[in-house]
Structure formats: structure tokens, C-alpha cells
Ligand binder design. Sequence first.
Ligand code: BDR
Ligand code: CA
Length: 310
Amino acid sequence: MPTPIILDCDPGHDDVFAIWLAAAHPAIDLRAITAVAGNGHIADTTRNALVACTVAGITDVPVARGAERPLVQELSIADWIHGANALGGPELPEPEIALDDREALALMRDVVAGSTQPVTIVATGPLTNVALFVGRHPDLLPRIARVIWMGGSTGRGNVAAYAEFNAWTDPEAIQIVLDSGVPFTMVGLNIAHQALITADVRSRVAAAGTRMGAFGAALLEYFCAAYEKAEGMAEGPLHDPITVAMIADPAVATIVRTRLDIELTGTETRGATCVDLLGVLGRQANAEVALDLDVDRFWNLIEGAVRALD
Ligand code: BDR
Ligand code: CA
């Protein structure tokens, strides 16, 4: 039976591919998409989720608008990577599907409460919506199979020396989700930087010959140019769909069960994810952390999604 998921995202170039893979893969039952502020302001990330669905012909998945800012700090968008509208590059079509009239937390509640199977929450942005859901619906937490989140890192950061963007944007939300006891999987920069968008990947996406293929290729071109400028990486990392790929095909990544803590203070390290891979702290393991990506398997999934829809 396909795994029911809610995809909570902040599209964002790589979030779009996460949406497409989630909608296309037969092992996944995409029940809802919820938008959160992160890569862009909430109006932009919500519209971009609708655009991603429009381009791929996804008409049967409700899309709802979520939190407009992190729990504690002000929002600071990632416009140097994703552009001012969070989806720089291609011309954005007018969305052909309507926004759900429920707000994100109400849609999440309805999906989780109405499911006969436990629901997996896949999060590819800051964890604000997920933390708010945890706070508002503690009775529904046993019905969540797990949270699998793109964010954090076992090592370096990308927005600060040791903080990754999604973690840095809302560290308090991560603490709340970890404390909830819901099974948690972190898919961090350490594995995302194995999913490099090579020239071969870009031509495979373009060669799909679909509307998605052309749109996706334009997204990847912009994204790689932004990464080259920002980090000297001409082959940018397609972070977000790794989470979805791990549900579609668990053999795509190795994981380790370990201790994960989030730095909320720190002089230089707020937003750093502290992953005790050596177990030196002697604390109880509280998360799974993804380590190694089967790169060919991953890109085959992405290409398959781009060819399957539209
Ligand atoms: C993460 O931040 C965003 O820029 C991407 O969409 C991804 O979710 C990578 O740090
Ligand atoms: Ca994202």
C-alpha cells in the first residue's frame, strides 16, 4: 500500500522536484501540500506550490497556506539562491488550481485524523508548520508515522558556518518536533551535497520533452548559476527530493540512528544541528540521520517523475 504523506514545503527550486516526485511515484500517496515561509515569503511559497502542481498537471492534491514567519525570529528569505519570488528562472504560469480554503494546520489535521494509516510528514522547509501542528494537536501525534525533514547537517552549514538554512530559520521549531517524540529523520546537507546537479542531470530533465521537463530544466539552470555565485558550486545540490526518494525507495540512502540536538543559543552556532555520530555524549538516540546517497538511484527517480507526469 502506498505511504500516505503530507508534504510541507517552501518552494523553492528543489521543493518543486520534491512535489513532483511525491505526486508521481506509485509508492507514495500525496494527500496534501502545505506551504511555509522560508525560501520566500508565504504568498510566494504558496503560489509556487500551486505553480508546481499546475506545471505537472497535479489537480487532485489540496494545497494550503501555512505560517508566515518562524516561531521566534524574523523571517529572512533565501533570495540569493532562489530569487526574489523564491522560484527564479522560468516564467511562472498563472496557477490553474485553487488554494484550499483551509489553513495549513486545519488541512493537516483533517488528513491525519481522517487517515486509516499513520501519515508521514515530509518537510522540506523550516519546521514551523510542523511544530505548530505538534502544539495544537498532541492527540493526533500517535497517528503520525514519522517526520522526515530536509535540513541541518552533520558538518558544515550554508547560511552560517555550522547552520543550514531550514534549521537556522526556525531552530525552536526543531526543538519542539524533537521533543514531541514523533519518529524523526534528518536529511541534511551532508547527504544533499551528494545530489549534485551535473550537466548530464540537466540534459536528462530537459530531454523528457514534457512541460515539466522544460520548466524543470529552467529551474535547474537558475539554481546552479545561483550556487556557483554563492558557493562556487557550478553543480548545485538538489536537497529536498531526497526526503521523498527515501520513502519511495528506502535503498536510496543509508541512515544511522543517533543523537540529534539543535543549538538554540551559541555565540556563533545558533541553528546548528549537533549529531553525535560517535556517541561520545552517551545520550539516548532520538533520530535517524541520512548519510550516504545512491546517486544513480536518486537521479533515476527524479527523471522518472519528470517523465511520468504532465
Ligand atoms: C534548504 O534550504 C532551501 O534553500 C532549500 O529549498 C532546501 O530546503 C537547503 O539548505
Ligand atoms: Ca526547501
